[in-house]
Design a protein around this ligand. Structure first.
Ligand SMILES: [Zn+2]
Length: 321
């Protein structure tokens, strides 16, 4: 239990991020299905049934868990959950992702202050207590400028397409669709695997206008977007065909900024596209929210809490002991 300096309110990590105030109780990103839970987005480590979530996240739940069972929320519209007034705001992480404001507590969930082609950026909000994800919470985890990474990606893709097909490995929900949107801007309609197509269909239900196709014909120097596991050995069908045609492959992940994947993923290039905030953006976001208490979760949580105390002089600790 963490004392956040307000009478009665408690925040603790118990089957998710549990906030209690007298009889009021809510669980953010619950680890199992919960009627008083709020699911921030459709990545599998967050997705459970019965909870509150944005309407697109409910559709993603149906695709990934086979059942559309939960309660719909709109961004910016306060809803009562477990006795608290709760409002969702865009988190910039993946399509449908949200930050959660529970009275004067803000929980970022996984977030990105730059947003992406398919999701609005996360903006800081004034709050008393900030619960912030700290995936890249170490000072050494500074991510490169996103526009620069995009320029590198476009230049490399154009060049490789002169030589042969190009296959991109990207996580199937979120990253894959961002890559498809970028390739569409280059005039490419990439081949995708069925599971990626099924998730893209949800985006297009909300007019995201992604253009993609299921594998067919493989004529000329095509592009393709597949889950990361299908570009390394044993490689998937699309990557195999691309290789036979003198193709190249690349992997996209924020971790590419810090670790080489050339051998382990068997790729020709890697691009540090992140859907999380890097270290510098995390610190800036905390400043923007101007909280009196910061609680960190995920990744480098303890290191980031120390930095917040030292650099910003704000009381901070990891939520997980
Ligand atoms: Zn996520």
């Amino acid at each position: 239990m963490i004392d956040i300096g307000r009478m009665d309110m408690e925040i603790k990590y118990e089957s998710g991020i549990c906030i209690e105030d007298g009889k009021k109780k809510i669980i953010l990103d619950p680890t199992r299905q919960s009627e008083i839970g709020v699911v921030t987005h459709g990545h599998l480590d967050h997705l459970v049934k019965d909870a509150y979530m944005t309407i697109p996240t409910l559709d993603i739940l149906e695709v990934r868990k086979g059942e559309k069972r939960g309660k719909a929320m709109h961004y910016g519209t306060p809803t009562e959950i477990g006795g608290f007034q709760v409002t969702l705001y865009p988190a910039g992480h993946v399509f449908g992702s949200s930050m959660v404001k529970v009275e004067d507590v803000l929980y970022t969930g996984d977030f990105n202050p730059y947003g992406g082609k398919t999701c609005k950026r996360a903006a800081p909000y004034d709050c008393e207590t900030l619960i912030i994800e700290s995936t890249y919470g170490k000072p050494s985890y500074s991510l490169p400028n996103k526009d620069g990474v995009t320029e590198d990606f476009i230049a490399w893709t154009r060049q490789q397409l002169d030589e042969g097909p190009v296959v991109f490995g990207a996580y199937k929900f979120g990253k894959a669709q961002e890559v498809i949107a970028l390739l569409n801007e280059l005039g490419e309609v990439p081949y995708v695997t069925e599971d990626i197509a099924e998730l893209c269909d949800v985006y297009n239900k909300y007019d995201q206008g992604l253009e993609y196709q299921l594998p067919d014909g493989f004529e000329g120097n095509f592009t393709a977007v597949v889950p990361p596991g299908e570009i390394k050995r044993p490689i998937g069908d699309i990557a195999r065909i691309a290789r036979k045609k003198n193709g190249s492959s690349a992997y996209l992940s924020g971790w590419c900024a810090f670790f080489p994947y050339f051998n382990s993923m068997d790729i020709d290039a890697q691009f540090p596209f992140s859907d999380h905030a890097g270290f510098d953006e995390l610190l800036k976001f905390v400043e923007g929210c101007d909280p009196s208490k910061v609680l960190t979760v995920h990744g480098s949580d303890k290191e980031f809490a120390e930095v917040v105390e030292k650099e910003l002089g704000i009381d901070a600790e990891s939520l997980k002991k």
